[in-house]
Structures are given as structure tokens and as C-alpha cells.
Design a protein around this ligand. Structure first.
Ligand code: FRU
Length: 716
């Protein structure tokens, strides 16, 4: 069959299927809209264009559920265009006329069947986008009473404005009625997980999960109609022994997406979990699915909690939940089940923070555990509060949520206790387009509360964007200063009286690397440290997970000739990963000299170096093919070609470099310069080198450590 529109009217009927029905005659395809034009259909107006559409048209929401590549779609020129397709007379020869239809619901649009010039049947769309896309659904007319008669068909669009378009495909005469294929399955939850097949890049479907007639989960996923790339999992453990109804939005007729879901206590990739080629070994990443910002970082009862923006059902950003992991030391992480689920369809759980309400100011404490209280952004409601009495495993939403609603956009609440005024503080980004100074329309708002429930607006500092953090740090002389920072890691130092932040510095650059974002510090760190973890934006294609966290760094304030500045220092807990130590000792390294690191190999390692550049121009560590170089003339460090200022401290450069499979963290100038750098290191380049150009550099320390993986084996 050539590309021409395969219209088969009375002249040349094509029998496409002979299904099992014993005496049923084969189906007759009236139109499948697979050709370049509409063939014998008469085209009037502009709405249907000159030929069938290939799926969605420009500016149209996604259209799904049609077969093959083409369909009749009246969105040409948008909703306001009008038009009609008329099929010349054909004979009605079967009991049913089946077709797929979607788009607007109106008497002014649809498809109609005319017999002897009179409309005898008609149908229109649904005004619905199940799962965010307009799905064409099977419909049928019983036309047995007209058998043998001549008829015509019209697909028409006389409607302008919203939903002023219709889509039709697969018009088929048949002795069997095609109806919407039920896309639901009921299971009895027996195993901990329902495994869901994912095909990266496949059209998104909606999955709705109900228990006891109540919809409890609703998410989008790239459901694999055939062979999956990987399996996601839905936690069934809460519903053990109960009936669980799983419904999907429209799927292609032959999709196995729903049928191939199965229950299990183990994942098919358990043997390779956490050992994948692009799995960072020194840092947290989700076992499956997508991660972005760290959330709710809080220490309680021996555990560091790391919640995180998670899409458990896809490789890319969507369906934001709060994933959850715990660690005794911020280095070795164990992932736990999702802690906060979206409240309802499309109401996602965006970033936020957590604290322990030690004095039970909220009154929510029950039992012996710490009362952990989280603040998060609900995309449908505003800033919300939730609390946990089971060591942060599950959260109860505060019944009077939202506690704060912004005029415009706003998100990512950061909670803290302000001891001098004995009250809670919430800092949160919002966009206020009525603010007089344009550069300050994005800013951080300060609210206070006695009980975490009622919040009072106090003040605002302009010139910031999402994911605020606020903490107090001492200078070397013991004077304490407040630091206000946000997602980009830029910060200001100033004073804070519990209500108002008064900056004493301009905005200062924070970390100087790439792809470190939305960092947050732990609340109640037991040693009183402010330890920061950022979203380390690695891209791990081909893996069943994507993105990772940075390693933890302690933040401190340091006095410099320019004023106080933040420093980043990797936490000493990371030293527990060291396996082999190479203490290479004080030495001079010169241009024509040997490579002091020759013979040392490995994929995970830490370098600690201290040197005076002397007469050298460049001192370069070759980190498995990525150059980390100090340029003496420019007082600059470059990591994989990315440059950052790195002044000597007391005539010396001190460098700490952590090397993982998907990136490098470089600390220079005693932590004043922090360069997180993501790059997928070559698996076959395990060599390390140190070269110097231009003269001789004098190393007072050169220590290299092989590191082990922080992951425990035995994943399910
Ligand atoms: C930052 C951010 C936050 C938001 C979250 C959504 O990366 O955009 O502002 O809460 O991600 O996932």
C-alpha cells in the first residue's frame, strides 16, 4: 500500500481482519488517515488542513490513542478554525461502525452519519485529557437497521474558542463493536512492591491506584508497552491483603503496559544494584528513578535524615515525592520507602526542610520518638507542615494546611528554631511582581511562629531565588554571624534578630563549580556543625536512576582581607572510606621529573596536597583523564577546564580532591574555593598523574588514598 490515503469506499473494500467470530465477515476499513492527503473525502474550511495530522499539531496539547501515524485533527490553525470533511456515499455492510474519537465536546463538533440526507448517528469528543493528553477512545454505532443502504460521513468543526477541535481515526465497519478497552486491573497486595515497566522516552500515561474505592496514588510514567528499559516500583506494603485497583489512561490497543506489571519482593536488577557503571560510590543516589534537591535534612536519634525530591516512577523529573534515606554518618546511606506522597493528582510535594520540635511546641508529640516536623511546598496548596512520630518514616499532614499562601509563586520553606526569641522561623522564596525594585522581586520572606502552626509574616530580603537556607556561624574570634543563601549557593552575611535579616555584605559567590544546586544544611547536627549537601547534577544515561547528591561539606566562616567568607570542608566522616594510603611525603616536583603518582591506580580516591608553587606555572593533577590544575600566575584552579579563583593561603595552596565515577569535588584555598564538577569518568582510565610546568613546585604534603564504596551490598 502506498502512502496515499487508504480510503476504501464501496468501490474497493479492503478486508483487513478476519477475527475469530465464526460467521462474522471481515472488517472494512473506511478510513485510517495514514496517507498524505484525505483522498476522496471532500475538504472544506481550514480546520483539518490539506491532509491528516501526524499526531499533535503546533501548540496543541499532546494527542494520543490514535493508531499508526495519522489522524483527522481539526486543530490546524488552533481552536478557532472551522472546517468539514465529507466522505462520498458508501454502502453500510456491517452491523457496526467503529471509530476512535477525542477532543472537544460540543454539538458544533464531531462526526455524523447521514442516511438519505438525514443525520442518523452522531458523536462528539469528551473535553478531557486523561493523564494530560487528549486520548482518542473507541466508540461505535450500531447501524444494523441501515444495512444495505447508502450513507455518507461528515467530520465537522464549527466551534471556535476552547476545545474547538475534534480528532477522529480508524473508521471501521465491523460485525463486532469496538469499545474502550478497559485499562484497569485489580490485584490483591501480597508482595511488598508492584513492579512497573518503564521505557525511557515513551509517551506518558497516568497510573491511578485505588484501595477501598479511594484513589491513593496518581502519577505519570513512561509506561513500557513492550520490553521495558527498567522496572520502577510502587510500595504495596501499606495495603497488604487488600484489593488494589490499578487504572491507566488510554494505552495503544496492543500495549502490554498494564498486563506486565507484577508483584515482587525483589527487583530484577538486585544483583547489579549500587554497582552500576555510573553509580556514584561516595555519595547518595536513589536506587531507582530521579532525584533533585536535598530536602528535610535533619539529625534525630542517631540518624541523619536525607529526604529528597524524587520521581520514583521515571528517569526524568516528574511526580515530585519526598524520597528518604538515613545514615549514621552522612556517608553510608540506606534508602527507605517514600516518606511524603503527593496529596492528590498533580499536587506535588516540592522542596522543604525538617526540624525536631524538642519542646513539643506543636503538641503533636506521641510516644518516645523525636517529633520531626517538615515544611514543604505543595504545588496545589502552598506551604505545608507535616509531622512524624515514627522516626521520620511517615508523615501526617497538618489539618489546616496550607500555613502560608503566596501572592504569586513561592516555594521551598526552610524551618529553624531561633533560640534568643524562642520561636520558629520559616524562610521561603517568593516572587512579588509588585515590589518596587525589579531586581528584588524574587526574594526571601521571613515568617515566625510559636507552634509551627500559625505563621506571621515579618520581613523580606530581595534578590534571591528558590531553596533558601539560613544559619548562624562563628568567626574565628567567636563573633557569630548569620548567613542567608539559596539554590545557586550565593550568600550574604549579616545579622538576624528573629524577624529581620540585615545584610552586611553584598551577594557573594558560593561554590564555584557546576551543577551543584539547591544545597541545604542539616538541622540539629549533633556536633553543632553546619554540614551542607547539594544536588550534584550528574547525568546517568542508561541507568535505572538519574542524578545524585554531593558529598557532605562542613561550612565555616573565615576572616579574609575582603571580609568574612564561607568555606567548605569535606566532613572527616568520609575518611572511613579510605582503604589504602599512599603518603608520598615532602618533595619537589619539576617539569622534567617523574610522575609522583605513577603506579597508583583506582577509580575512587582522595588527594590531599599542600604546596608552594615556587617557580612552577601550572601544577596539574591528572584525575583519571580530567585535569585539576592550579595556575600560579592567575591564582586560579581549573577543573576539567572550569576556572575558579583560588588564592594562596599563607603562601601555600592546599587542595583536597574527591574523585568518584560521575564527578569530582575539589576544595582549594583552605575551602574558600569549592568546585564540584560533574563528569562521567572513563571506566578504563584508572591512572593518576601529577605534572608541573615552568619550574619547580615544593610539596610539603602529598597524600593519596584509595577509597571504597559507601554502598552496602545485598540490595533487594
Ligand atoms: C529547585 C526546585 C525547587 C522545587 C523543586 C521541585 O531545584 O525547582 O525550587 O521545590 O526543585 O522539584
Amino acid at each position: 500500500m502506498n502512502s496515499k490515503f487508504r480510503y476504501l469506499a464501496a468501490v474497493g473494500l479492503m478486508v483487513v481482519t478476519t477475527p475469530s467470530a465464526c460467521f462474522a465477515q471481515g472488517d472494512i476499513v473506511i478510513a485510517d488517515f495514514e496517507g498524505a492527503n484525505y483522498g476522496t473525502w471532500k475538504v472544506e474550511g481550514t480546520a483539518f488542513g490539506a491532509g491528516p495530522a501526524k499526531g499533535s499539531l503546533p501548540n496543541q496539547m499532546s494527542v494520543e490513542g490514535f493508531s499508526g501515524k495519522g489522524l483527522a485533527n481539526s486543530y490546524v490553525g488552533g481552536d478557532d478554525s472551522k472546517g468539514k470533511l465529507t466522505l462520498p456515499p458508501f454502502a453500510i455492510e456491517r452491523k457496526f461502525i467503529n471509530f476512535k474519537i477525542g477532543g472537544g465536546k460540543s454539538e458544533q463538533l464531531g462526526i455524523r452519519l447521514l442516511v438519505e440526507g438525514k443525520t442518523v448517528r452522531s458523536a462528539t469528543g469528551t473535553n478531557e485529557r486523561p493523564g494530560g493528553s487528549e486520548a482518542l477512545q473507541w466508540t461505535n454505532w450500531d447501524v444494523s437497521e441501515f444495512k444495505g443502504k447508502s450513507a455518507t460521513l461528515e467530520i465537522f468543526d464549527d466551534k471556535t474558542g476552547g476545545w474547538g477541535h475534534i480528532s477522529v481515526d480508524n473508521i471501521i465497519q465491523s460485525d463486532t463493536a469496538k469499545t474502550v478497552i478497559p485499562r484497569e486491573r485489580e490485584i490483591v497486595a501480597t508482595e511488598p512492591w508492584l513492579l512497573l515497566p518503564v521505557k525511557n522516552g515513551a509517551p506518558k500515561r497516568t497510573i491511578a491506584v485505588s484501595v477501598g474505592g479511594k484513589e491513593l496514588r496518581n502519577f505519570n510514567m513512561e509506561l513500557a508497552d513492550g520490553e521495558p528499559d527498567w522496572w520502577a516500583r510502587l510500595d504495596l506494603s501499606l495495603w497488604k491483603g487488600q484489593k488494589v485497583l490499578i487504572k491507566t489512561s488510554a494505552l495503544p490497543d496492543d500495549s502490554k503496559g498494564l498486563d506486565q506489571m507484577y508483584q515482587s519482593a525483589t527487583m530484577p536488577d538486585a544483583a547489579t544494584a549500587y554497582k552500576e557503571a555510573l553509580r556514584g560510590q561516595l555519595r547518595f543516589s536513589p536506587r531507582l528513578g530521579w532525584l533533585n534537591d536535598p530536602n528535610g535534612m535533619v539529625y534525630s536519634q542517631g540518624e541523619y535524615h536525607l529526604y529528597f525530591q524524587a520521581n520514583p516512577f521515571g528517569w526524568a523529573w516528574d511526580n515530585m515525592h519526598w524520597g528518604h534515606a538515613v545514615s549514621p554518618d552522612m556517608v553510608h546511606w540506606t534508602e527507605l520507602p517514600v516518606a511524603i506522597y503527593p496529596h492528590s493528582a498533580g499536587d506535588m510535594v516540592f522542596s522543604g526542610s525538617a526540624i525536631v520540635d524538642k519542646n513539643n511546641t506543636s503538641g503533636w508529640k506521641k510516644g518516645p520518638n523525636d517529633l520531626i516536623v517538615a515544611a514543604y511546598t505543595s504545588t496545589g496548596r502552598g506551604e505545608c507542615i507535616a509531622y512524624s512520630t515514627d522516626k521520620g518514616r511517615t508523615f501526617t499532614d497538618f489539618e489546616n494546611n496550607p500555613v502560608i499562601k503566596h501572592k504569586g509563586e513561592g516555594r521551598d520553606p526552610r524551618l529553624l528554631w531561633h533560640e534568643p526569641t524562642k520561636q520558629w522561623v520559616l524562610v521561603v522564596w517568593s516572587q512579588d511582581d509588585s515590589w518596587p525594585v525589579p531586581s528584588e522581586r524574587g526574594g526571601i520572606d521571613f515568617y515566625t511562629s510559636p507552634d509551627l502552626k500559625k505563621w506571621t509574616y515579618q520581613s523580606r530580603v530581595g534578590g534571591y531565588f528558590e531553596c533558601a537556607d539560613l544559619f548562624e556561624l562563628p568567626l574565628e574570634n567567636g563573633t557569630k554571624k548569620w548567613v542567608l543563601t539559596a539554590a545557586s549557593s550565593e550568600y550574604r552575611i549579616g545579622t538576624f534578630d528573629g524577624k529581620k535579616f540585615v545584610p552586611e555584605t553584598p551577594k557573594l559567590p558560593g561554590m564555584q563549580g557546576r551543577d551543584y544546586y539547591a544545597a541545604q544544611t542539616f538541622s540539629h547536627e549533633p556536633k553543632g556543625r553546619y554540614v551542607q549537601i547539594g544536588w550534584f547534577r550528574t547525568e546517568t544515561r542508561g541507568m535505572p536512576f538519574n542524578q545524585a547528591m554531593s558529598i557532605p561539606s562542613e561550612l565555616k566562616l573565615k576572616t579574609t582581607p575582603e571580609g568574612p567568607r564561607l568555606t567548605w570542608t569535606p566532613v572527616p566522616e568520609l575518611e572511613s572510606l579510605r582503604t589504602q594510603t599512599h603518603t608520598l611525603g615532602a618533595q619537589s616536583v619539576f617539569e622534567t621529573g617523574p610522575n609522583p603518582l605513577a603506579g597508583i591506580k583506582g577509580d575512587l580516591f582522595e588527594i590531599r596536597a599542600e604546596f608552594e608553587p615556587g617557580t612552577a606555572n601550572n601544577i596539574t593533577f591528572d584525575v583519571r583523564g580530567v585535569p585539576v590544575s592550579y595556575n600560579a600566575a592567575k591564582s586560579e584552579i581549573s577543573v576539567g577546564g572550569f576556572h575558579a579563583s583560588a588564592p594562596l593561603q599563607g603562601g601555600k595552596q592546599r587542595l583536597t580532591i574527591y574523585v568518584d565515577r560521575t564527578g569530582i569535588e575539589v576544595y582549594a584555598s583552605d575551602g574558600l574555593t569549592f568546585v564540584p564538577f560533574n563528569t562521567n569518568l572513563k571506566a578504563d582510565d584508572l591512572d593518576w598523574g601529577l605534572t608541573v610546568t615552568g619550574g619547580t613546585a615544593k610539596f610539603s604534603k602529598l597524600d593519596v588514598y584509595n577509597l571504597s564504596s559507601s554502598w552496602k551490598t545485598g540490595a533487594k
